[in-house]
Design a protein around this ligand. Structure first.
Ligand code: ATP
Length: 355
């Protein structure tokens, strides 16, 4: 493990920003710390960089406890959302500036700058000043500056925020290519779940200052460990239900009792649980056959999004279900059957949901 966080907690005065956060990053991995605004992502990054001294817990780099060490003594490259390029220096000088603490001679420094400008495709802008660059070029210059000292770990805190969608998507691919080419261990902070899922080998999903789940994007999407992750990663419908039998788990859904497959025991009879199901797994007026449950409801909204229709159906329980519908759309006010695959329901008990 090249980077390890061991039980990091931090308070700003009375405010607890992060609580008992532990995870590790393997050499060469690209890990995204993902979560909504205010969940503690920046506090985590700043604890690793050494700008925040956590109230408790340890930061380990290459197995060594660096919690009390100065930022300068850590081999860490940093890139933030706001530009930190020096406006009075050329792109080449900015990248070279990152190499100053390394005490290397002029020739080697020029060569290193050229290598990293080439890597980010900015060799022709070496003599340009930051204000002469486009937004995307400035981001790439920042990346070259962070990478040139060849840090143990690269920390990127919302590096693509504030860019338009097309540029952002292009730079996501570019950053992944550069990360693969250099093999630099990278921790990437974002609140954008699509960005995190596109780029990262693994995700650390945070909610309210704690880790809600860690895993590959696919594993967390397909088998969310918490109700928060189920609704935060991709779109999800959440339906409330009551446990009527514990083993196997039987719950009420749409006024009927259904048995839920593949559920690890833990819910007690009478307990309220939340059932999550993805909008693309729910059908309208579909198959009523094995493993599917039909629940009647009224269409309250139909949105044409080109490839498909997003249809919102209000059930008798007053809960709304979103259906990704490929065929002809129903009309608002129409009564339809919502077909739910009971085998694909993910059920969370109250304790899990509280996390
Ligand atoms: P964002 O995505 O909005 O940047 P974040 O997930 O990075 O948010 P942090 O910036 O780490 O979250 O903040 C976590 C919590 O700590 C928030 O409630 C925030 O208000 C609080 N906080 C952060 N910095 C300070 C500070 N310097 N003083 C007081 N409270 C702070």
């Amino acid at each position: 493990m090249i980077l390890e966080l061991d039980g990091i907690s931090h308070r700003y005065g009375e405010e607890v920003a992060v609580r008992d956060v532990s995870f590790g990053v393997e050499p060469g991995e690209l890990v995204a710390v993902l979560g909504p605004s205010g969940c503690g992502k920046t506090t985590i990054v700043q604890s690793i960089a050494g700008h925040v001294h956590p109230t408790s817990g340890r930061v380990l780099l290459r197995g060594e406890d660096v919690t009390g060490d100065s930022p300068e003594s850590r081999q860490i490259g940093l890139m933030f959302q706001r530009s930190t390029l020096y406006p009075h220096m050329t792109v080449g000088e900015n990248v070279a500036y990152g190499l100053v603490p390394r005490n290397i001679d002029g020739g080697e420094r020029r060569e290193t700058v050229a290598t990293f400008l080439d890597l980010v495709d900015l060799e022709d802008q070496r003599e340009s000043y930051p204000h002469e660059l486009s937004g995307g070029q400035r981001r790439r210059a920042e990346l070259a500056r962070a990478l040139a000292p060849q840090p143990d770990v690269l920390l990127l805190d919302e590096p693509l925020s504030g860019l338009d969608r097309a540029l952002r998507e292009r730079l996501q691919q570019e950053f992944v290519r550069i990360q693969r080419e250099t093999g630099v261990t990278t921790l990437f902070v974002t609140h954008d779940q699509e960005e995190a899922m596109t780029m990262a080998d693994r995700l650390v999903v945070m909610a309210d200052g704690t880790v809600s789940g860690i895993g590959t994007p696919r594993a967390l999407y397909d088998s969310p460990p918490t109700a928060f992750i189920a609704s935060f990663l991709g779109r999800s419908n959440s339906l409330e239900s009551t446990v009527v039998g514990a083993d196997p788990l039987r719950i009420t859904l749409g006024g009927r009792n259904v048995t839920v497959a593949d559920y690890s025991p833990g819910c007690a009879k009478g307990e309220t649980v939340s059932c999550h199901i993805r909008p693309d797994q729910v059908w309208l007026n579909g198959d009523r056959g094995n493993g599917r449950l039909s629940i009647p409801g009224e269409v309250v909204q139909v949105t044409d999004i080109g490839r498909r229709f997003d249809v919102t159906v209000r059930l008798e329980s007053d809960e709304e279900v979103l259906v990704e519908h490929g065929g002809d759309p129903p009309s608002v006010g129409e009564v339809v059957d919502v077909s739910v695959p009971t085998n694909d329901l993910t059920v969370f008990g109250e304790q899990v949901e509280d996390q």
